[in-house]
Design a protein around this ligand. Structure first.
Ligand code: IPT
Length: 481
């Protein structure tokens, strides 16, 4: 019989989100033309005037770079809607683009799907253009927008909610005259019920989930230990968490005994800002920096949501394209094949005996659905891999079978060297994925993994080793922060 699940478990929507791993948040709108990060919603929509808009260029670049999803900011804090909404006149319909007949949410959706990318949406609750923002009469407007976006552009893989939602009189350096109570104003329960109904396969992201938590920084890293489980807590009132009012300080690590399966998303922009600024053309993160971020986000069981900013033409700037493609090349060169594919593997214990379907060869079969498990009372087993020749590697990947919960709390990796086992690495949480990246290459023909701590029998679906290109290893010390 299969192992009994442990703790909170991922939903179907969360399982597909875990597969998405790497996606981009496209930030494009009036801010692009006013050189602002958080616009006031006080400029003429006619300023929005792409000269060479091409969602295909953006989506295909992301595809080539290894991204699996595109999340569009359909409306930011300035209230400007990229689709012809019925909720406000402050939209693309009032711009000069396609004489007001265009629908940019649709254009991005089509480009995403044509490139095999999942599509998602961000709709800022904070609206500095709306005359009624801050009053109860704004809420039906916001609701209408959610309904339009979640009805007409699905299926969506993510529905994203910002905690930068106008709560304070003074926020992020921008004066805001109209304030709201973040805990009560938006009626999140009601809004999210709509999202659940219209897009049951989408995960809901915010500081407090419901499905994916903000990682608590915009630098792109989860904690070295990062639990997929989390209990959101309020910043002021512990029992009343809300987007923008949460103890996000706990989010990088999560809570081992967390009440919900609520893994982290690491959002970080490719440039210093989320929106395009010509002054930042030379400040695009390098492929090596992006690679480093990948290990600290995806490699810690979280997802990486990289902010990309189309320029005034309406495409990604040349420098951004070079960085993204270089990053994609590094990923491809590194993760092209598990170097252990034809190795021999044995384990100190296999659930139900050696003939059962839970054997350690499932770790190397390139199939996430099969797994190695031990008998219930065996919580600190080990497995050993014998290669038929020496392999050179510096990266180790482990995956738990997360449909049975997050189980392992600590493990160590050894190699056989000079007639003895030598520990090369020790780490904690695994979850959907754990990457260990060593700053040097190791050459060996024998590797051992010891599970050091687990409250119940461990259930692992993959063990793999890889070698990154020498150029990237050479840059590692310089780009690792
Ligand atoms: C920050 C919000 O305060 C937070 O709640 C979350 O939504 C986050 O954005 C998402 O990146 S605002 C930012 C200027 C730190």
């Amino acid at each position: 019989t299969p192992p009994v699940p442990y703790g909170p478990l991922p939903s179907k929507a969360q399982l597909s989100w875990h597969e998405t791993e790497l996606y981009a948040m496209v930030c494009y709108g009036l801010n692009t033309y006013t050189d602002k990060e958080w616009g006031y919603g006080d400029v003429d929509p006619a300023l929005f005037n792409p000269t060479a808009f091409d969602a295909g260029q953006i989506a295909s670049t992301l595809k080539e770079a290894g991204f699996k999803g595109l999340l569009l900011v359909a409306k930011h804090h300035d209230g400007f809607c990229l689709w012809p909404t019925r909720s406000t006149s402050y939209s693309i319909a009032a711009s000069s683009w396609m004489k007001g007949k265009g629908d940019m949410v649709r254009s991005f959706e089509i480009a995403a799907r044509q490139n095999g990318l999942s599509f998602g949406i961000y709709n800022s609750p904070w609206d500095r253009n709306s005359a009624v923002y801050g009053k109860p009469s704004y809420l039906p407007i916001y609701k209408k927008q959610l309904e339009e976006l979640h009805t007409n552009y699905g299926p969506l893989f993510i529905s994203w909610y910002d905690g930068a939602n106008g709560g304070d009189g003074y926020y992020g350096g921008a004066k805001e005259s109209r304030t709201i109570d973040r805990k009560t104003y938006y009626n999140w329960d009601k809004n999210w019920k709509i999202v659940r109904k219209l897009q049951p396969r989408a995960v809901i992201f915010s500081d407090i989930g419901l499905d994916v938590r903000w990682v608590g920084n915009e630098s792109g890293f989860a904690g070295e230990t990062s639990w997929a489980t989390f209990t959101p807590k309020g910043e002021k009132d512990v029992n009343k968490p809300a987007p923008g009012e949460s103890r996000y300080q706990e989010a990088p690590v999560g809570n081992r005994d967390g009440q919900f399966w609520m893994p982290a998303e690491c959002d970080v922009p490719l440039r210093p800002g989320w929106y395009y600024h010509a002054s930042q053309d030379t400040l695009v993160k390098s492929p090596y920096e992006l690679f480093d971020i990948y290990f600290k986000s995806v490699g810690r069981g979280a997802a990486l949501d990289l902010g990309v900013a189309p320029d005034k033409r309406g495409i990604l700037h040349e420098n951004d394209v070079i960085a993204l493609k270089g990053f994609g090349k590094l990923l491809k060169e590194t993760f092209s094949g598990n170097l252990l594919e034809k190795a021999m593997i044995s384990a100190s214990n296999t659930r139900g005996g050696a003939q059962a379907q839970y054997g350690p060869e499932n770790l190397l079969d390139n199939n996430k659905k099969t797994y190695w498990a031990t008998d219930d009372q065996i919580t600190t087993p080990q497995f050993t891999i014998q290669l038929n020749r020496n392999q050179r590697f510096n990266i180790i990947r482990l995956r738990e079978e997360i449909t049975l919960g997050q189980r392992v709390e600590a493990f160590a990796v050894d190699i056989w060297k000079n007639n003895a086992w030598q520990e090369i690495s020790k780490a904690t949480s695994i979850g959907a994925q754990r990457l260990i990246r060593l700053p040097y290459f190791i050459t060996t023909d024998r590797i051992r993994v010891r599970i050091l701590s687990s409250p119940v029998c461990p259930v692992l679906s993959e063990f793999a080793i890889f070698a990154e290109p020498e150029s990237s290893l050479f840059h590692q010390a310089k780009t690792t922060k």
